[in-house]
Design a protein around this ligand. Structure first.
Ligand code: HEC
Ligand code: HEC
Length: 494
């Protein structure tokens, strides 16, 4: 621990050592510390811990080389050569014994390269010895409680379990078939829109737009499909309870792909490569029932999307290093991200909703974003989502759930509509968040900085009267905003 602190606080660079003769020192100061020397003297010092903005003191000893006079007095000063400024404090030097001094009251007021100078006077002339050192800003330390919170955001990736509601989950033939379907425009009513139109692979399966655009503008921001396999609810409003049902939604939406069960199933039946793909994945010919083919297309699309799991991040490496107490690895995580992390698990309360390894508790909340879909049209969020779920034949309670025990259907069975659901949206994962701007269900915030400012200056009046009382305006300083952004940026796979 002590070693780590020393390494973080100062990385002393000994000047002049290279020039010094390799021979044994000409005299031995009475203190074993950092050494500097001139033609007449050898000086050694030890310091109390050096941190930005904290006063520190030096114990100093010197000796005269053979033939050199006794040192008479010592002055200690420091400056930042690159910035051409010195300290704001004058060190007070007191003699503590023969050739021993203590210098007090020194303070480095900013991080960077500082140079300590020791001016020893003897026989009418002075020798100036310098030593430069790099002072890092105060290292971030976490309390035990904060550490527990940090550890709860991992490990990553989680164990991957097949989806019991989808009989082709994890099946390699279905994954290959699903991948083809994902990039196939002929599934759409016009033959022109594909899943990848909005879920663009090189953009983290997002489109970079405020709101999705297929055949027409849609009302919501496209969600990435990376890590979608881990959801309990799908869509910003949770209108679907399975990845396969959610994958059918855009096919049927007139503004997105404007297709239907007949168009999709005819396409599969009448195109040999797709018919073969279907047969390999499902082990039978495409059935006569159009809806059944449509659902199986959804299941193959789901099998493919299940393979999209986000990679490890700088945060994951730090989190694991913290768990195994790997000091060297911990140092690689930038200090500003650590300060941001401290806000995230601390006064920001972010982890209550952005919970666990995926940074989401999978449920719904209101963060004070306006819920107008368009002028005069309200997006009811979760409230509308529950209504759609209840009226859909494609839920886990229906005939297309391949899990005979229906253990997967618990959430759908027990979910309860509540008054506060109006205007609530699903808590998004924060993994890969730097890759999926703009943000929020309506894409109304352009950058992560805007999101953090939103939380910082939250208008409590606009939060629902009956909403949670978790969110309060944080009134962060600009530096704190930057730190929180640096943390959020560290959650994206490299
Ligand atoms: C026009 C753009 C567009 C197209 C085309 C599109 N999507 Fe989406 N996707 C969206 C939007 C917008 C959302 C958020 C929907 C909502 O909240 O209701 C979304 C959400 C999703 C989700 C939910 C992710 C989550 O975390 O809950 C999945 C899965 C998905 N889409 C898969 C697909 C598949 C598969 C296709 C092709 C069959 C497709 N999408 C085509 C725009 C699109
Ligand atoms: C009360 C639960 C809650 C808390 C606390 C909370 N969030 Fe959120 N967060 C959400 C919800 C819900 C959304 C989506 C809101 C919407 O789309 O209207 C969201 C959206 C976001 C987004 C945008 C992600 C995207 O893909 O669009 C970021 C980034 C984010 N939150 C970061 C934070 C940070 C940082 C904190 C702490 C300062 C925090 N959140 C606290 C619930 C919460």
């Amino acid at each position: 621990m002590e070693k780590r602190r020393a390494a973080l606080r100062l990385l002393p660079v000994l000047l002049g050592l290279a020039l010094a003769p390799a021979a044994a020192p000409a005299c031995e100061p009475a203190l074993n510390g950092t050494r500097v020397e001139s033609s007449r003297f050898v000086l050694s010092y030890q310091s109390t811990p050096i941190e930005v903005g904290k006063h520190f003191a030096l114990d100093i000893a010197a000796c005269s080389k053979p033939g050199a006079p006794e040192p008479e007095s010592l002055k200690v000063d420091a400056q930042m050569p690159e910035h051409r400024h010195g300290m704001n404090y004058a060190a007070k030097v007191t003699k503590t014994g023969p050739q021993r001094w203590r210098a007090e009251g020194l303070l480095f007021h900013m991080p960077g390269r500082w140079e300590l100078s020791f001016e020893l006077r003897a026989g009418g002339t002075s020798d100036v010895m310098r030593n430069s050192l790099v002072v890092a800003s105060a290292p971030v330390r976490f309390t035990e409680e904060e550490k527990r919170s940090i550890l709860s955001h991992g490990p990553w990736p989680p164990k991957l379990v097949p989806d019991p509601s989808n009989r082709v989950s994890g099946n390699p033939e279905a994954i290959a078939f699903g991948e083809r379907l994902f990039f196939e425009p002929r599934l759409s009513g016009t033959g022109s829109v594909l899943c990848a139109t909005c879920h663009v692979p090189y953009r983290g399966f997002h489109d970079g737009r405020a709101r999705g655009f297929g055949l027409e503008d849609v009302d919501r921001n496209t969600q990435s499909v990376v890590d979608a396999r881990f959801n309990r609810w799908f869509g910003w409003d949770g209108a679907n309870d399975s990845l396969w049902a959610q994958s059918i939604r855009p096919l049927l939406d007139p503004r997105e792909m404007r297709s239907n069960a007949t168009t999709v199933s005819r396409f599969i039946r009448n195109n040999p490569p797709f018919r073969t793909g279907y047969e390999r994945a499902f082990g039978k010919k495409p059935p006569e029932d159009d809806e059944e083919v449509l659902v199986d297309v959804g299941k193959a699309l789901a099998a493919f999307q299940e393979t999209l799991v986000s990679g490890r991040t700088a945060f994951d490496d730090y989190r694991d290093a913290l768990e195994s107490n790997d000091v060297r690895e911990m140092q690689k995580y930038p200090e500003d991200a650590k300060r941001g992390l401290k806000i995230f698990v601390g006064k920001g309360n972010c982890g209550l909703c952005h919970f666990g390894p995926r940074f989401t508790n999978g449920e719904f909340a209101d963060t004070g974003i306006a819920f107008f879909a368009r002028k005069g049209v309200v997006d009811p969020g979760r409230q509308g989502g529950i209504k759609k779920l209840r009226s859909s034949g494609l839920t886990l309670l229906g005939r297309f759930n391949d899990d005979p025990a229906q253990a997967t259907a618990l959430a759908t069975l027990y979910v309860e509509a509540q008054h506060r659901n109006f205007g609530e949206f699903r808590v998004p994962t924060l993994r890969n968040v730097a890759r999926t701007a703009p943000y929020m269900h309506d894409g109304s915030l352009a950058t992560l900085r805007d999101v953090v400012r939103h939380y910082s200056e939250l208008d409590e009046e606009r939060l629902h009267g009956d909403g949670e009382k978790i969110l309060k305006p944080l009134h962060l300083s600009e530096d704190e905003v930057s730190d929180l952004v640096a943390f959020l940026e560290s959650l994206s796979a490299r």
